[in-house]
Design a protein around this ligand. Structure first.
Ligand SMILES: [Zn+2]
Length: 278
């Protein structure tokens, strides 16, 4: 089977198309990686043709030695992924030392994995351990409401999480751990990768201040749904605040109501962000 026809490649492309349709991927903004299953690798292996040197990432992970990732390409546009998968995306394998990649499929015309690959890689490593290998998708988008909110609200995880939970009832079910915050940093390197990975030990969603958000998920649907939910809640808060003359909205969901939701849906919300939780 051609790589483009595999289930994982189709789902990968669909997320890119959906994210673009949401307005999250101007120009080459945003990126996506997927840690392939053994079955995915077998389905694609006939098309693999390793090429080029191993490229060091500046970060290392023991638990990703020999892993294969589907990744968007550096400088590539999310809106092109579905129509031009072999030039917009590719598959890389990780070396035995867990510190370098090489291309085995796609990224045609001299392309390379996303410039945020070190951040994705470290997030995969952390989330793999945190979820017993369940997490496979890391997604980065330039969500406008999240970016706008970060120009109004200090980069504090508790403050942000409470605003997001209190603005839409089911948020606490979708991201019960809340969101982590990385204060503004230069993107694209090992330093921001390490800062993000530290937060990914506790959160499945991390905001990059004035930049966008990283989310992780077991599936493409879970990752996209997380991004969509958090972005929507931020937008609701901003609209309510604007409609209220710039002041914080007054009739948001109370902590007691959030706890009622948690009990009804058997969710354990992060107690550090909820008054009255044990
Ligand atoms: Zn970005």
């Amino acid at each position: 089977m051609a790589v483009e026809q595999t289930e994982c490649a189709k789902r990968f492309a669909r997320l890119c198309t959906d994210g673009y349709a949401q307005g999250w991927h101007e120009a080459n903004g945003g990126n996506l990686t997927y840690r392939m299953t053994d079955a995915d690798i077998e389905a694609c292996r006939a098309d693999f043709a390793p090429r080029g040197e191993w490229v060091k990432m500046g970060v290392q992970a023991d638990n990703l030695r020999g892993a294969y990732f589907m990744t968007t390409g550096s400088g590539k546009f999310m809106r092109n992924v579905a129509d031009y998968p072999a030039e917009s995306t590719g598959i890389v394998e990780i070396n035995d030392a867990g510190d370098a990649w090489r291309i085995v499929w796609g990224l045609e015309g001299g392309a390379r994995p996303t410039s945020e690959f070190p951040t994705h890689f470290m997030n995969h490593s952390i989330r793999l351990d945190a979820t017993n290998g369940e997490n496979r998708v890391i997604y980065h988008a330039h969500c406008p409401n999240i970016i706008t909110l970060s120009t109004l609200i200090e980069p504090d995880a508790r403050t942000w999480t409470r605003i997001l939970w209190q603005s839409m009832t089911e948020c606490v079910i979708i991201f019960p751990q809340g969101v982590g915050l990385v204060p503004w940093m230069v993107p694209g390197g090992a330093a921001i990768a390490r800062e993000t990975a530290k937060l990914m030990e506790r959160y499945d969603a991390v905001v990059w201040t004035q930049h966008g958000m990283f989310v992780s998920g077991n599936s493409f649907d879970a990752a996209f749904g997380m991004m969509h939910t958090i972005e929507k809640s931020a937008g609701l808060y901003l609209a309510a605040r604007a409609a209220n003359g710039g002041k914080a909205p007054e009739f948001t969901i109370s902590d007691e109501q959030l706890l009622q939701v948690c009990r009804a849906f058997d969710v354990k919300a992060n107690p550090a962000f909820l008054d009255g939780a044990e």
